[in-house]
Design a protein around this ligand. Sequence first.
Ligand code: 8DG
Length: 127
Amino acid sequence: MLRVTCAIIESNQKVLIAQRNQNMLLPYKWEFPGGKVEKGEQDEMCIVREIKEELNLNIVVQSRLTPVTHHYDTFSLELFPFICHTDSQEFEVKEHAQVLWIEAQDLLNYDWAEADTPIVKEYLALK
Ligand SMILES: Nc1nc2c([nH]c(=O)n2[C@H]2C[C@H](O)[C@@H](COP(=O)(O)OP(=O)(O)OP(=O)(O)O)O2)c(=O)[nH]1
C-alpha cells in the first residue's frame, strides 16, 4: 500500500494547511502537506524532506497521531500524521494551489481529502 506522511505544522498558535492543485490527484482538496515515503526512508525523515521540498520550511517533529488507512476509488494509502513545529511563518508555495496558516478552530471549515478527516478530528480532540 502507498505509504504517505503528512505534517500538522504548528507555529504562533496557528496550523498550516495546503490545497492540492488542479493537476494533482484529489484536485482542490485540502491536506496537511507531506508526501510519499521513499524506499528505505524513515517516516520522520520523509516528512522533514517533503516539507523542505514543497514549502522550503524547516520543521521539527514533535509527536505522532494515529495512522489512517483509506481506500479511495482508484488507490489506497496509509497516512502517517506528525505534529511538527517551525519557528518561521514564511513558506514558499512550490506545488500547492494555496497554503494558509489558520486557527485550529477553523480546520473543519475546509474541504479535506477524505483520508484526513480522522486526523483533523483527532487533532481537535487534543486541543
Ligand atoms: N501529502 C498528503 N497527501 C495526502 C493527504 N491525504 C491524502 O489522501 N493524500 C494522498 C494524496 C496523494 O495521492 C498521496 C500523496 O502523494 P503526494 O503528496 O506525493 O502527491 P501526488 O501523488 O499528487 O504527487 P507525486 O509526488 O506523485 O507527483 O496521498 C495529506 O494530508 N497529505
